[in-house]
Design a protein around this ligand. Structure first.
Ligand code: AMP
Length: 370
């Protein structure tokens, strides 16, 4: 099963058709068992639109006489503090004294199904049984007994097998789930070397629960581990040069893959070239995501220079020690990295703050932007 794209979002496979079929077999068997001695003809009531495929599959498996009807529930009209403000639409035959098997696609908070249950009882139904293909047990808040549940799922947005995203996806025979990456936030912390990106990123990570991805840190880790990639990178980093785009792009892709459950990412020291920015956009677009904001720390070159020299004493970074290397890094920033600003301005996500205040002052300004 492959990812699918609906309207503007990516969805990933969640429940394959074979599992859905098996769950329907089982639930149908239970209903057949319960109705084996039933005297009378129940009405199978399909709640449109989402339950259409499920009802069809279920009915094929029911082996006792039954009628079919379908309804829709009106959306809320006004808000009354007492009672239900919805109506059952499309019920053509009388249900007075009848036994109803309501067939739902999904029950989450239970609001719809409890309203429908009450409305059907009010309309004179003798007995109302509920059968749902899916239940989100973590969010179901009602006392109403759900007689037949085919499958339980976690609280995620799904489509397929009758369920839609903006009316699309109902015709998929498998069930898909919104790709988590699509709902994650993706930020860049941007600025010249020594602007305070690492410091601010660490604070933002703590405040917003994001994952910090610093390509500089990842490269230093490779160097410390003595990997071939690390050795190759070291010769460039020690001269104040950038490592090849493909190297850092590969690292970013691995970080995205390795962290499917985070709330979002803050990239630090990446992208450093327009080509890297384009690559990142493509990588995120594949996952239905995009850069939400570029948080840029603006500081003048002379401050950059002083800060890097100061950091050299604290962090013992070779690329921070020699004046000519620092100059080369600043030159590379202007030549290769600064054009990235125009790239993101063009996308309307570029936001800049004055990076010269105290750590707290800058942090507060960044928080306001997020
Ligand atoms: P940083 O810790 O971000 O200052 O990165 C230290 C060094 O790692 C840089 O001066 C570059 O040599 C290299 N580096 C880090 N990120 C990148 C990147 N996105 N593209 C190319 N080189 C990078």
């Amino acid at each position: 099963m492959e990812r699918i794209f609906l309207k503007d979002k990516y969805f990933v496979p969640y429940i394959p058709y074979e599992r859905i079929e098996k769950a329907i077999d089982e639930v149908a068997e239970r209903i057949n068992h319960d109705f084996r001695h039933f005297n009378g003809v129940p009405i199978v009531l399909c709640v449109l639109n989402g339950s259409i495929l499920f009802t069809g599959e279920l009915m094929k498996r029911l082996n006792f006489p039954c009628e079919f009807s379908s309804v829709r529930l009106s959306s809320y009209e006004g808000t009354l503090s007492t009672g239900i403000t919805r109506k059952v639409l499309g019920l053509t035959s009388s249900i007075k004294g009848r036994t109803i098997i309501v067939v739902e696609d999904i029950v989450d908070t239970g609001k719809t199904i409890t309203d429908l249950y009450a409305l059907l009882r009010d309309a004179g139904a003798e007995e109302v049984k509920i059968c749902t293909m899916l239940l989100k047990p973590d969010v179901y808040k009602k006392d109403l007994k759900l007689d037949y549940v085919a499958m339980e799922i976690e609280n995620r947005f799904i489509v397929g097998f009758g369920l839609d995203y903006d009316q699309l996806g109902r015709n998929s025979k498998d069930i898909y789930i919104l790709d988590k990456q699509a709902s994650m936030k993706h930020y860049l912390i941007f600025g010249p070397p020594g602007a305070g990106k690492g410091t601010q990123a660490a604070l933002l990570v703590e405040r917003f629960g994001l994952r910090h991805v610093s390509t500089g840190d990842l490269l230093r880790r490779e160097i410390a581990a003595g990997t071939p990639l690390g050795l190759q990178a070291k010769t460039l980093i020690d001269k104040g040069e950038l490592v090849p785009d493909s190297v850092v792009e590969g690292m970013i892709a691995s970080e995205l893959e390795a962290n499917p459950d985070v709330k979002g990412f803050i990239f630090d020291g990446f992208p450093r070239t327009t080509a890297q920015a384009e690559h990142l956009d493509a990588l995120l677009a594949e996952r239905g995501a995009r850069i939400d904001a570029v948080l840029s720390l603006a500081i003048p070159d002379e401050t950059v220079y002083e800060r890097i020299r100061h950091r050299a004493e604290v962090e013992n970074r070779v690329d921070d020690t020699k004046p000519e290397i620092i100059r080369n890094r600043i030159d590379n920033y202007h030549a290769k990295t600064e054009p990235v600003i125009a790239y993101y301005k063009g996308k309307g996500v570029y936001k800049e703050v004055d990076g010269l205040g105290t750590i707290d002052e800058v942090f507060n300004k960044l928080c306001a932007l997020m």
